[in-house]
Ligand binder design. Structure first.
Ligand SMILES: [Cu+2]
Length: 183
C-alpha cells in the first residue's frame, strides 16, 4: 500500500512538473530546454506509473504465498532426543505432522512412532532386545540420527494415543518410549 501511494505521488509530481515546465516554456520562449525537461519528467512519471502495479503485484503474491504455507502445514513439532528418552510435547495437533528431531544425546538414536492405547508404553512386547515391530508396526521412523545431528519425520496422524520410541538395539528396553496424544 505504501509503495503504491509513493509511486502514485511520484507519478503525479512528475506530471505536474512536466505540465508546469511545458507552460513555462511557452511564456518564456525557451522551448528546447523546457521541452527536454518536460520529456524527462514525463518519462519519469510514466516509469513510476508502470512500476507501481509491478511492486503491488509482488507484494500481493508474497502475502498469498505466506498465507497458504501457514494453512497447509502446522509448525514442526520440536523433539530433543536424549539417553534414553524424548523431550516432546505431550499432545500434538492431528493431520500432517512433522517431527523435527535433534539428537542431543551421545549415542545414535531414531524416532519412530507407533499407534498404541497401552497404559504403559514402556512395557510393550519385546523380542530379541527390540520392540516387537510385528506387534507394533511403526507408522514412520527417521533414519538413525548421529549424536548432534537432526532429522525430520513427516507422518499423517489421526486423533488418538501413540508412542514415540527408539528401536536402536537395546534402547527400547532401557525405557526409550514416550506416550503422546494426537488431538
Ligand atoms: Cu535410542
Amino acid at each position: 500500500m505504501m509503495l503504491k501511494k509513493r509511486y502514485r505521488l511520484m507519478a503525479a509530481t512528475g506530471l505536474v512538473a512536466a505540465l508546469l515546465l511545458g507552460a513555462c516554456s511557452k511564456k518564456e520562449e525557451a522551448p528546447k530546454a523546457a521541452t527536454k525537461a518536460a520529456a524527462t519528467a514525463t518519462a519519469a512519471a510514466t516509469k513510476a506509473a508502470t512500476e507501481a502495479p509491478k511492486a503491488t503485484a509482488t507484494a500481493t503474491a508474497t502475502a498469498t504465498a505466506t498465507a497458504s504455507a501457514t494453512t497447509a502445514a502446522a509448525a514442526p513439532v520440536a523433539v530433543t532426543i536424549k539417553e534414553f528418552t524424548f523431550e516432546i510435547p505431550a499432545t500434538v495437533k492431528g493431520g500432517e505432522v512433522t517431527f523435527a528431531a535433534k539428537n542431543g544425546g551421545a549415542a545414535p538414536h531414531e524416532l519412530a512412532i507407533i499407534k498404541t492405547d497401552a497404559a504403559d508404553v514402556k512395557k510393550l512386547p519385546v523380542k530379541d532386545g527390540l520392540l516387537d515391530e510385528s506387534v507394533n508396526k511403526p507408522l514412520g521412523r527417521t533414519p538413525q540420527i548421529a549424536a548432534g545431528a537432526s532429522a525430520n519425520l513427516k507422518v499423517t496422524l489421526t486423533p488418538g494415543k501413540y508412542a514415540v520410541i527408539c528401536n536402536v538395539p537395546g534402547h527400547y528396553s532401557l525405557g526409550m518410549a514416550v506416550p503422546i496424544t494426537v488431538n
